[in-house]
Design a protein around this ligand. Sequence first.
Ligand code: AHM
Ligand code: MG
Length: 340
Amino acid sequence: MVHGSEVITIERFIMEQERLYPEATGELSNLLYDVCLAAKIISRHVRRAGLTDILGAAGAVNVSGDLQQKLDLFANETVRNSVHHTGRVCVTASEEDQVPMPVPPGKPAGKYVVLYDPLDGSTNIDVNVSIGTIFSIHKRVTKRSSPAGLADCLQAGKKQVAAGYILYGSSTMLVYTTGQGVHGFTLDPTIGEFLLSHPNITTPPVGKYYSVNESNWNRWTPPVQRVVGAFKNGEGKVQPKNARYIGSLVADFHRNLISGGIFLYPADTNHPQGKLRLLYEAGPLAFVVEQAGGRATDGCRSILDIVPADLHQHTPLVIGSKDDVAYAARVLSAEAVPVK
Ligand code: AHM
Ligand code: MG
């Protein structure tokens, strides 16, 4: 992509950001390149999915009870292999792995922890609808002399040093933050490089869209129904919004980030703790949205303040344009009722 008259590769961009911090060792920059490599490999497979024997279920379910797809497993191993052997990472944890995966004995262990959802939007894989990869990077908190593990993974979202996602949509995009704004890159498949296409993304304070699986209406609490009803029909100062729901969090989130909007996956009677996962989905996207000027809450607390107790912990999620999230949080926290 041409930025002015210049093409800026993700490598150059990350390097220029790194130079702003003379104390930086370059390890985080290199880890981000490792994630880019995984993104390119997954993108190549996703783009050819209908032509190869990679669609369909793999035959097992993950720890949350979701049926694993072949591409889920391929993406899971691709990310792990891309970051595990470089000496930059000590442990990874993924939606598709039951337990944390420390780097194998004998391999150098680095100072970073990578948490990820390898292929978000699993139910959309087989029908050629946008899907994504979400990643979250923390610093290790345990001593380097002992093996890294669960304690390194169970950190509050506000401790993240980087987070982002890759969207396999009409083009492949990588969007990330290291706490210095949010920047988006589009993969140019002809040269195999991510090029800066969306510098300094900011999200509008009030959105055009609301995104929620409204078929869950009868399973929601009255306050959730009231919030969604307000976005649908308007109420007081809340103007009615247009509905958009793809069913791939990354895709719904990305549209709302760019155009303004609010995504909700509240608790319901089938998912009393919410459906989405704190560490692999809600936490990293909360870091991105806050860096873009938006907000993310579970209804009572900022997502970034929640200290996880469990690796695969679920959370209700309300995320997007700041005024819309503030309205939802006001109603939900004032009228909080447990889901039965
Ligand atoms: P996944 O990570 O197994 O794909 O599950 C998460 C997905 C999200 O991408 C999406 O927002 C949500 O589940 C859709 O759920 P539902 O089909 O209940 O609306
Ligand atoms: Mg997911």
